[in-house]
Every structure is written in structure tokens, then in C-alpha cells.
Design a protein around this ligand. Structure first.
Ligand SMILES: Cc1cc2nc3c(=O)[nH]c(=O)nc-3n(C[C@H](O)[C@H](O)[C@H](O)COP(=O)(O)OP(=O)(O)OC[C@H]3O[C@@H](n4cnc5c(N)ncnc54)[C@H](O)[C@@H]3O)c2cc1C
Length: 367
């Protein structure tokens, strides 16, 4: 069986960021990633100011990748529409481009990226990954960065929910009118038990992402396009947006997203990163920043104190994530509860400064 000092499970933003910093620190990390090529994940593609700062520190500049600047947020619920300037710089970038750039940078810094290998099972006590090619690899320290997906042997202890959230995503090719309507803006459409977010990406396409209670998709026969048709009365502007574009990809989905979950207990040699460390409600658009911030902090702890540093890293990061994660959860719950969302948008219309404040308070920060 192979052995390495720093073993990283998953090559999304968290895993790749850890690889860059560990390689810079001389730890010779190995990353195991199941995709041969980076893909467009279920993600809104929104980068807030904290994510952008953290990326620049890692040597990845979103602007040079063609990220579209975002200056305003537009919230739409029923017939109400409110807009506010964001209190930080922000951008829209596809995950395919971002993840590819981060992994390239990790490789350039000396990390070894093993692509096309799926981790089938993890032995927690020996920190050993059992892989799809029937080999195994273990690490003195394991950086668990498999994101939205849990792995057998080390799954997050998330309590089951009766109607869990699921994420949906499609790339749209917009009409010129829709393209212009989404210039420098992130648009969020609120409806019962969910929301949809739209933004422009580097290639001019529009990323449409939904987070919705599973029961709502089930009621639409499991078809996302039908769900949007069903939403036409509740969210007429969302249906209009969808009608003003053609599908540029198939729908992709992720089930059972455990919003609000945080890993609060540390154990020696195991660093949980990204969605394995804290899952912020996606409406806030700060999950990528959490991935980068947790990886940055974990790499620093490991390079200073070795695998035992994981014992304090995990509760310390959980404490850092508590406020943005709790507030984002509350806002997403309110946004998906029509009798609260209507008056809330009314309040935001009278005091747009509150939108800026909410946006600022749901950031993990760049440290
Ligand atoms: C609907 C929705 C919208 C969102 N919108 C935004 C947004 O606009 N902005 C934002 O900042 N955040 C957003 N998020 C959150 C964001 O997508 C995540 O927080 C972020 O992707 C976490 O990064 P990660 O590296 O931890 O995990 P991931 O991005 O999930 O990456 C995990 C990596 O591990 C690999 N992997 C998984 N399992 C295995 C295995 N068994 N073997 C080998 N490799 C494996 C995967 O292929 C992947 O490359 C959204 C989330 C949802 C659900």
C-alpha cells in the first residue's frame, strides 16, 4: 500500500486549495479526484469578495479567467423586486473554469493530482483510501474534501430530514435581452420552499441554479423544467427568464444538501474541509469561500503543528463559520416562506442597506 504525508480526498475548491498551500509548504500532497476533467458542478458560480481575495492569495485571479463582475443583487418574490449594490466586489465564474484553474495551480506548485480514481471507502483509523482501481493509499494526515458527497466509512453524521433540500443546475444560452438584464447582477427568485439564482458566466452563458425541497420536484414528476413551469404563478419572472433562453446543457442535481451542518469535533490526522467542514445555505453564495478558507486554515495548521493540529482546527473553524452559516440558514428559510418573504422584501425595498448588511454578514471572511 502506498503512503504519503498529506493525502487529499477530492479535488474541488477545498481540496485544490489545500494542495496548493501544502505543496508550497513542502508537504508533497497527493490529491485523489474522481473526475478526469473538471465539470460544471451544481453551484451558482457566485464568488463574493472573500472568495476572490482567497483565490488571489492562491495565485488564481478570477478576472484573468474571464469572470464577469457582479456589482448588484436583485431579489424577486412574487410581484416584488428589490435591488441593492453589493458591499464587496463579486463575480460570476463557471465551476468548470474555476476548478480547472485551481487544480492546474496545485500541479504547478508540485502537488500530485491523481484523476479518474474514485474513493470507494475510507478507513478512518488508518486514514486509508480504498480506490476504484483496487489499490489503496494512506496518509499521515487526511484532508477530507469530497464536498457535497459523503464517502463510505467517514460520512458526515447528519440527522435525516423528512423533506431535504436538493440542488439543480443548468447552463442557459440567453437571448440578447436576458443577457442585458443580467449585466453585473446576481438575481435571486424566491418561492415556497426554495429559490433560484441566475448570473452570467465568463463565456456569456447564464448559470441557473435552484435549491428546492425534494417534495416540490417530486410534485413536478421529477422534471426540473416542469418545476419551473409549475412555479409560473408563484415566480412569474423566473418562468419568463427561463423562457428567454435555450438550454446549453442537461440539468444536473445533487440530493440531500445538509444546509447548516458544521463539523465541530476534531480528531488527530483528519482535517474536514469545504462542505465536509460546514455547509452554508447556498442562497448566500459563500460555499466556495468556506472551501478556500477552511483549506487555507487547515494547511497552515498542519504545516505548523502536523496531524495533531486537526484536533483544534475543526472546532476553531466551526466557530468561525457559526455566524455566516446560521444567518444564511435563517435567511434561506425566510426566503422560502411566502408570508415572511413578502414583508421582508417590502422592508428591503424601504431599506436596501439591510441587503448589503445581510450580504456582508453571511461571509466567512478572508482571514
Ligand atoms: C444549489 C447550490 C448552489 C450553490 N451556489 C453557490 C454559489 O453561487 N457560490 C458559492 O460560493 N457556493 C455555492 N454553493 C456551494 C458550493 O457549491 C460548495 O460549498 C463548494 O462546491 C464546496 O467545495 P468543496 O471543494 O468542499 O466540494 P465540491 O465542490 O463538491 O468538490 C468535491 C470534489 O471531490 C470529488 N469527489 C467527491 N467524492 C469523491 C470520491 N468518492 N472519490 C474521488 N473524488 C471525489 C468531486 O468530484 C469534486 O471534485 C452552492 C451549493 C448548492 C447546492
Amino acid at each position: 500500500m502506498r503512503r504519503t504525508a498529506a493525502l487529499i480526498a477530492g479535488g474541488g475548491p477545498a481540496g485544490a486549495a489545500a494542495a496548493i498551500l501544502l505543496a508550497r509548504g513542502g508537504a508533497m500532497p497527493v490529491v485523489i479526484e474522481r473526475n478526469r476533467e473538471p465539470q460544471d458542478m451544481v453551484c451558482g458560480g457566485f464568488l463574493g469578495g472573500d472568495a476572490i481575495s482567497l483565490l488571489r492569495r492562491l495565485g488564481v485571479d478570477p478576472a484573468s479567467l474571464g469572470a464577469r463582475p457582479i456589482r448588484r443583487a436583485r431579489l424577486i418574490g412574487g410581484k416584488r423586486m428589490v435591488e441593492a449594490e453589493l458591499p464587496f466586489e463579486a463575480a460570476g465564474l463557471s465551476r468548470r473554469t474555476l476548478d480547472a484553474a485551481l487544480l492546474d495551480q496545485a500541479e504547478a506548485q508540485g502537488a500530485m493530482i491523481e484523476r479518474g480514481l474514485t474513493i470507494r471507502r475510507i478507513d478512518r483509523t488508518t486514514r486509508c483510501l480504498h480506490l476504484s482501481d483496487e489499490t489503496a493509499i494512506s496518509g499521515d494526515a487526511l484532508f477530507l474534501a469530497t464536498g457535497k458527497h459523503d464517502t463510505r466509512g467517514i460520512a458526515r453524521p447528519v440527522p435525516p430530514e423528512s423533506d431535504p433540500a436538493l440542488g439543480l443546475r443548468i447552463r442557459l444560452d440567453p437571448t440578447p435581452a436576458l443577457h442585458a438584464a443580467l449585466d453585473d447582477i446576481i438575481e435571486l427568485h424566491l418561492f415556497r420552499d426554495g429559490y433560484a439564482g441566475l448570473l452570467r458566466q465568463e463565456d456569456g452563458s447564464v448559470n441557473l441554479c435552484l435549491s428546492v425541497a425534494q417534495s416540490r420536484l417530486k410534485a413536478a414528476n421529477g422534471q426540473p423544467a416542469r418545476l419551473i413551469e409549475d412555479l409560473a404563478r408563484e415566480a412569474p419572472r423566473l418562468a419568463d427568464r427561463f423562457g428567454a433562453a435555450t438550454a446549453g446543457s442537461a440539468w444536473s442535481s445533487v440530493a440531500r444538501v445538509p444546509y447548516g451542518w458544521r463539523a465541530t469535533r476534531g480528531e488527530p490526522g483528519l482535517f474536514r474541509l469545504g462542505d465536509q467542514s460546514a455547509v452554508i445555505a447556498s442562497l448566500a453564495g459563500d460555499g466556495i469561500a468556506i472551501a478556500l478558507a477552511s483549506a487555507t486554515r487547515a494547511a497552515h495548521c498542519f504545516l505548523q503543528g502536523g496531524g495533531d493540529a486537526a484536533i483544534s482546527f475543526q472546532p476553531d473553524f466551526a466557530a468561525q463559520a457559526r455566524r455566516p452559516v446560521s444567518l444564511a440558514n435563517l435567511l434561506m428559510h425566510w426566503g422560502g416562506t411566502p408570508w415572511i418573504a413578502g414583508p421582508l422584501l417590502g422592508l428591503f425595498a424601504r431599506a436596501p442597506g439591510l441587503i448589503r448588511q445581510a450580504a456582508a454578514m453571511t461571509r466567512i471572511g478572508a482571514g
